[in-house]
Design a protein around this ligand. Sequence first.
Ligand SMILES: *Cc1c(COP(=O)(O)O)cnc(C)c1O
Length: 465
Amino acid sequence: MTRISNHLPTAELQALDAAHHMHPFTANDELARLGARVITGAKGVTLTDSEGEEILDAMAGLWCVNIGYGRDELAEVAYRQMKELPYYNTFFMSTHVPAIALADKLAELAPGDLDHVFFASGGSEANDTNIRMVRRYWDLLGKPEKKVIISRKNAYHGSTVGAASLGGMQGMHAQGGMPIPDIVHINQPHWYLEGGDLSPEDFGLQRARELEEKILELGEDRVAAFIAEPIQGAGGVIVPPETYWPEIQRICDRYDILLIIDEVITGFGRTGEWFGTQYYGLRPDIMTIAKGLSSGYAPIGGSMVSGKVAEVIGKAEFTHGYTYSAHPVAAAVALENLRIMEEERIVEHVKNEAAPYLAEKWHQLADHPFVGETKIVGMMASLALTADKSVRKPFASAPGTVGYMVRERCFKNNLIMRHVGDRMIVAPPLVMQKDDIDLLFERAVQSLDEGYKAVKDAGLMKTAD
Ligand SMILES: *Cc1c(COP(=O)(O)O)cnc(C)c1O
């Protein structure tokens, strides 16, 4: 039996990696110089690397390992499914039991009348499905000119051409001719850096009303849908002011456009509810899911679709699908993940225990001289690094310079905490217990202290004019 082993010394693994492996979202020359960290195993909330270091994973991989690492049940389900039916497609009038069972379970868990699911292998593919589905929907209703999808700057909806076009990441648009036509972006509800003198409440309303202004500018008969994450994840865990979502929902109700909520991060317990949609009381027509759906143990995602939309789409062939739509092994793994989440009451654990405790600790970081604000909902949190607590302003240095320095200290202290520009973010596995959170806090404080000193020593403790 072939086993992928770790018998080579770290330096040799790093050299081979640099020689042949192109990493995502990475300057590969720089990585080749520094050497990638080789992760060899994981259990619970802890990673092990090839040097034997034990690292606390406060990012749950990439926001996905919601139930934690090393759950044998998922491995066993995958093994059994591979033996019984490793693959079959769901094109051409066929189906299989894992697809049926998972779709049924998702229809039960999803809010409102989101009772239908179109499967994909991840969030990007699912959002590509959404672009085609909403345009097809209006076509079938005799309104082919309703094509424009409104999204937001600094949104993240994935990395395929379609999904990156929906996203509002300028660095991504700059490479490869994006956005594709008929996708437009309004401003984000990021009060800390963009709110100026407005109160968070007034700013939230103002940013929500940009949606209405954009609909009126383009004409309601041109706009197909609005897409957004309940809380921006990759954009920096931006929690919108409380006034934002009710106003967005009002605008979507008033005009005849579809609401797509991207729950790829906020879904499956992260906010302390099953979905962010429930946390904010939203009524989407389509909901994007991935990541926590399988806790990252197998690649699977999809679009949860309302009865209203599914009924229209079903009237004729929808010329869209992926070879691995509803892959039986991934579907079986996802179903087992959901069983564990329900039986072990993991969403309740987040809501009643883990999230309140993490929030108590996280907000203590606001007292640190390096921290301008702390934000947290459920098990996703962010803090703004600042050179001057008395103003809400960026550093004078290029965005991300300071954040990167703190991230380096976190790595050194065996804590995975990311930076987005000069914001630090965490999204730990949902199964964290109090002692894990204590350790997270301890290492975060140490890393902030060390980062603070390093930034001062480098002469970077300066606010932009
Ligand atoms: C990660 C992410 C995606 C993309 O999912 P992939 O599985 O990487 O394709 C889409 N939307 C959001 C909100 C995400 O965080």
